[in-house]
Design a protein around this ligand. Structure first.
Ligand code: ADP
Length: 590
């Protein structure tokens, strides 16, 4: 607004100065012309008088002419001078000046026959006066001078008045302009201020700001564009944040751990799986030192330089973690790689499975090697001629049959285990009396070992207890366990088998007073092929798979199996089975 006002002021000033100059020129020129034409008229009249002068009459005639003349003109003073510059007649101080020589510059020049004029400023009164001296020529001779003196003050007074009017006008125009300018400026600055303040809020993240559009001009268009911009930004930001949430949800729910590091080794992101794997606190995203085992195995600088992917296996306590290092491309402006993405995959279980598998294969081959070696050497001996001696032949063949039986049992047990592992086994579950199942197993064993002095004591409830089981599988479990009790109990030993219902489970206990198991082996007896005393187990035809099979079957029935033992005192195996869902179900007789 200031600039606007100054511009108008400047234009007005220019206009006033120019106008007053033009007016001054016009008035002064006009005055000069009038003065000159009047002077020339007078010169014409006077020429006659001055040429044929007849003394006092002429002077009187000139006097009256001048007097007459001055009455009709605005010229202040008229003087008529003779050829020597002496005053003949004057409208000012006639008596004092008559006969006096006027030696003004213009007069002197006019006496030489040249018209002369000038404007002079009275140093005292500060009045401007115009002097015009016109020669009165007759032929070649100069007869006198008409000297006209006109004050310019009335012109300047008029000019001053005009200037005053103009100045007042200018001031009024400026006042109106300032007032109008203020309102005009306000109509421009107000919307701009609104846009500015909304943009500020915008910068602070508030994208709901909208501008009220009051006009259709540039400012209105600016506001409309601003609103469009904020709408676009808002939707874009929403899209970005929902994308971010999606990515975060994906990252956090991944089974693989994700760690992102900058090129300087600063942590960018770590998902919850990675936090769990690396035992980082779930909340704080710091603790870089805990990432050291992750970062140390790889030379990050080389990785970033070459942009190659790397793979390492890291052991963190009991965990084995496979880590894939992927270089991350930097932002577009910079070249090279800006960070590393580390994908962590927990392979502990896989490795454990592989170990078990390897061990299993080694165990199976080992178990089969002994009987096969026996068979091979016996066959060779028989073929070499031993078969001709009947008693040796019979003894060899008996051993070979025993070994073959053992192998068959081993393979059968393995098959059962593998079926249980791959859940391929067909379960034929139904409601059976457990009392009957146990009795059946014991009777079978008793028939097999007729002369065995080991005593089996059954303590079964009078009321038969029903269980929802696979009959054959359950019999297999009891057989394995009772056989174990038999095997690992010296002659004269005693085996107690009890069945009872305890709260909401069925409890079966097979207790012997046999050789027992050393404390350090207790934990491992349920492992496949694990045997405390291999020679003894083999002697009895054991495979080391009896307990693992029993556990698999009991677990598949929703029950538990545990073993307590004390060396040289005895062993107790405890089985729990869930109660059948329908108590009143008709039981098939065993
Ligand atoms: P095995 O076929 O050798 O009996 P099991 O899996 O049934 O294999 O048992 C594993 C090992 O646990 C046996 O070799 C034996 O050392 C020990 N064991 C099992 N039951 C008894 C028991 N009642 N008394 C003493 N030791 C036992």
């Amino acid at each position: 607004m200031l600039i606007y006002t100054l511009l108008i002021l400047f234009a007005m000033q220019f206009f006033v100065v120019f106008l007053s100059q033009a007016l001054e020129d016009y008035y002064v020129t006009n005055f000069s012309r009038t003065l000159e034409s009047q002077g020339l008229l007078l010169v014409n009249f006077l020429e006659r008088y001055l040429t044929d002068s007849d003394g006092i009459n002429t002077i009187n005639a000139i006097d009256s002419l001048v007097w007459e003349y001055s009455r009709h003109t605005e010229i202040t003073d008229i003087m008529v001078l003779d050829a020597f510059g002496r005053v003949i007649s004057s409208t000012r101080n006639k008596n004092e000046l008559q006969g006096q020589r006027i030696i003004q510059e213009e007069v002197t020049r006019a006496l030489t026959g040249t018209r002369s004029e000038s404007v002079r400023l009275d140093p005292e009164t500060k009045e401007r006066t115009k002097y015009l001296a016109l020669p009165v020529n007759s032929g070649e001779r100069n007869q006198g001078v008409v000297y006209l003196i006109g004050s310019l003050e009335p012109i300047y007074d008029t000019l001053h008045e005009i200037q005053l009017i103009l100045l007042t006008g200018v001031l009024m125009v400026i006042a109106i302009t300032v007032l109008l300018g203020f309102f005009v400026a306000k109509t421009i600055t107000d919307p701009i201020q609104e846009v500015t303040s909304k943009a500020e809020q915008f910068a602070h993240g508030d994208f709901r700001q909208r501008i009220n559009i009051a006009s259709d001009d540039e400012i209105g268009r600016l506001g409309r564009m601003f609103n469009y911009l904020s709408e676009q930004l808002e939707t874009t930001l929403q899209e970005i944040s929902s994308e971010k949430n999606k990515v975060e949800a994906i990252l956090n729910n991944m089974t693989d751990g994700i760690v992102a590091l900058t090129a300087d080794g600063e942590l960018l992101h770590v998902n919850s799986t990675a936090k769990k794997l690396l035992a980082l606190p779930q909340t704080a995203e710091g603790e870089l030192e805990k990432l050291a085992p992750l970062v140390e195995p790889v030379d990050m600088a080389v990785l970033l330089q070459e942009g190659k992917q790397e793979e390492r296996e890291i052991v963190l306590g009991a965990k084995i973690i496979q880590a894939y290092y992927v270089p991350l491309l930097a932002a577009e402006e910079t070249f090279g790689y800006g960070g590393v993405l580390i994908v962590l995959h927990d392979v502990t279980q896989e490795r454990e499975m592989m170990r078990i598998q390897r061990e299993f294969v080694a165990n199976v081959s080992h178990e089969l090697r002994t009987p096969l070696t026996t068979l091979k050497s016996y066959t060779e001996t028989l073929l070499a001629g031993a078969m001709k001696q009947e008693d040796i032949c019979r003894s060899f063949l008996t051993t070979m049959e025993k070994e073959t039986e053992r192998m068959v049992r081993l393979v059968k047990d393995l098959l059962v285990l593998s079926q249980l592992d791959y859940r391929q086994i067909g379960w034929h579950k139904d409601y059976y009396y457990l009392n009957d199942l146990i009795k059946e197993v014991v009777n079978d064993l008793k028939i097999k070992n007729k002369e065995d002095p080991r005593q089996i004591v059954l303590s079964l409830p009078d009321e038969p207890l029903t269980a929802y089981v696979d009959r054959d599988k359950m019999k297999q479990v009891f057989l394995n366990l009772i056989q174990n009790a038999y095997m690992y109990t010296t002659r004269g030993g005693k085996i107690n088998i009890s069945l009872l219902q305890q709260e909401d489970v069925l409890l079966i206990e097979i207790a012997d007073n046999g050789i027992g198991i050393p404390a350090e082996d207790l934990e491992r007896v349920f492992e496949r092929f694990y045997r405390v005393d291999k020679a003894r187990s083999r002697e009895y035809g054991g495979t080391g798979l009896g307990l693992p099979i029993a556990r698999e079957i009991v677990n598949a029935h929703g029950g538990t199996i545990s073993l307590q033992s004390e060396l040289n005192k005895g062993t107790t195996v405890t089985i729990t089975l869930p109660l059948p869902a329908k108590e009143d179900e008709q039981c098939e007789s065993a």
